[in-house]
Write a protein that binds this ligand. Structure first.
Ligand code: AMP
Ligand code: MG
Length: 401
């Protein structure tokens, strides 16, 4: 029997990043960059205006006052995307808009709210106060210098980073590949939705919840047909999944019953089992192994056990396959509003709900088949064996999201 930490260490030692691929920016969200991307351009690419207004020579407005306006001749206009072709001469101004290229020799922009245009003399603009040199001007390269780093190695392509890359005109980035993860559910009692619920049957629910957790972790889930508790069928399903996936996850059939064929099937198709059984609840009968460089996870069938073991042991591996350095679940501190009691002899990852003021309480019944409490829960609290965490205790919630 392994501790969760030992199991995770073993798994992460095996889960090496998949080969990189070049992806269009539109497909890069959430990926990890393999290489540094530098900027081929300056941002902004030119000096430009940060307001709608008038480009001037600051020197021309030195004597301007509220009672003694200075009038400048309007020499032209520079709408967005159309630079003013000429040079700004003393005594003149140029109409500009936010983002307009700074006209040649202009050294300040007066906001349009601060000027007056006389209806009978629209070619002359009235200015009522002096302006500081370079006021309302954004400078070439002040955001990003040409050749500066936009995204570093092993950095995640977040939404703001995508914006930065796009602004620099980057079209594609080299990222680690997303793993394809095969999901197989075993159990003679399992039925697809839509089938009549005959005595002894239940609707299968693990593949869909694990698909969602896989997607959340950036992996591409691939759902395989249901299989019954049969060695040949299990071997065939595993072989099919390993042929097309980077990792294969089964649920059910991995415990000690004589109908639990998953481990036998995996080793009979040439898989090497690295560990079986983790000292935790829910999820003790968890198996991990390798086959031809691909990862195998045998999860218990109980829906809560399957989700918890996926979250704590499979998710980190899927993230690592994508090159992520940070693979721990997101944590949030909370104060217990009600005690969490674990009378058992192994640590229990108990499902809790959290309110908006950061208080956590048990989400309901904690047995490993109770989906309703898990569905209400925001995350898990790791409660040591034979321990009651009292109300008021500060805990860390491992959040599903
Ligand atoms: P097993 O791990 O195969 O012994 O299954 C443990 C319990 O989980 C049994 O009550 C199964 O019916 C249930 N179970 C197994 N697989 C699934 C599944 N894919 N969806 C829903 N329940 C399942
Ligand atoms: Mg079963």
């Amino acid at each position: 029997m392994h501790s969760l930490e030992q199991a995770l260490e073993k798994i992460l030692a095996t889960a090496l990043p998949l080969r990189p691929e070049t992806v269009a920016l539109a497909d890069a969200f959430g990926r990890i960059a393999v290489a540094e991307t530098t900027s081929p351009v300056n941002l902004p690419p030119t000096d430009n205006s940060s307001v709608d207004g008038y480009a001037v020579l600051a020197d021309d407005l030195k004597t301007a006052g509220s009672q003694s306006p200075v009038a400048l001749v309007l020499a032209g206009s520079s709408p967005a995307g159309v630079p003013f072709g000429g040079t700004l001469a003393s005594g003149t101004c140029v109409r500009v808009f936010t983002g307009s290229v700074l006209p040649h020799l202009a050294d300040a922009i007066v906001m349009q709210e601060d000027v007056k245009v006389l209806p009978d003399d629209p070619a002359k603009i009235q200015f009522f106060e002096p302006i500081k040199l370079w006021e309302n001007i954004r400078f070439l390269g002040e955001d990003v210098r040409k050749e500066a780093r936009l995204v570093g190695i092993y950095e995640k392509i977040t939404a703001p980073r995508l914006g930065l890359l796009a602004a620099a005109g980057i079209e594609e980035v080299l990222c680690f590949r997303r793993p394809e993860v095969g999901l197989i559910a075993t159990g003679g009692e399992l039925r697809e939705a839509g089938a009549p619920m005959e005595p002894g049957t239940i609707y299968e629910s693990n593949r869909i919840s694990l698909s969602a957790l896989a997607r959340q972790a950036g992996a591409a889930p691939k759902v395989f047909p249901l299989i019954s508790d049969d060695l040949t069928a299990t071997k065939r399903a595993l072989e099919q999944a390993f042929a097309v996936c980077d990792a294969v996850v089964t649920t059910g059939g991995v415990s000690v019953g004589e109908m639990d064929w998953v481990r036998t099937a995996f080793t009979e198709i040439g898989g090497e089992l690295d560990l079986w059984q983790v000292a935790m609840r829910p999820g003790k009968p968890f198996a991990f192994g390798r086959r031809a460089g691909k990862l195998f996870f045998g999860l218990p069938g109980n829906p809560v056990s399957a989700m918890v073991t996926f979250f704590l042991l499979v998710r980190p591996a899927l993230l690592r396959l994508q090159g992520a350095q940070e693979v721990e679940p997101p944590r949030q501190r909370a104060v217990l509003a009600k005690e969490l009691a674990n009378p058992g002899d192994s640590r229990h990852f108990m499902r809790v709900t959290m309110d908006s003021s950061g208080r956590a309480r048990p989400a309901g019944k904690q047995a490993s088949h109770v989906l309703s409490a898990t569905a209400r829960s925001h995350g898990l609290v790791d409660v040591p064996p034979a321990t009651t965490l009292p109300a008021g205790a500060v805990v860390e919630v491992l959040r599903w999201d």
